[in-house]
Unconditional design. Structure first.
Length: 89
């Protein structure tokens, strides 16, 4: 799932094939995205125009790091999975 700045989200379900990414890429066109920071999956080269494609872990690392930071921050607000009733006196 991709969450956009305005809060709307795009969900694309399927396997990790060229067809699945092509469906997502077509849905993203209406937002006129300027560039894509991706890893070295071969399917990106076939679908995304080369002038908009930035490949490499150095480009995607900060995005993944930011996503991990958000996941950990939101996890603080989830209720605990276990109760600790056995610790009460």
């Amino acid at each position: 799932m991709i969450v956009l700045e305005n809060g709307s989200s795009i969900r694309t379900f399927g396997d990790h094939s060229d067809q699945t990414f092509k469906r997502l890429f077509e849905r993203l066109k209406k937002w006129k995205i300027l560039f894509y920071c991706v890893d070295h999956w071969a399917g990106f080269n076939k679908i995304v125009p080369s002038n908009r494609l930035f490949q490499g872990k150095d480009k995607a690392f900060s995005i993944e790091q930011n996503n991990a930071r958000h996941c950990h921050w939101f996890a603080r607000f989830r209720p605990p999975l276990q109760t600790h009733d056995h610790l009460r006196c």
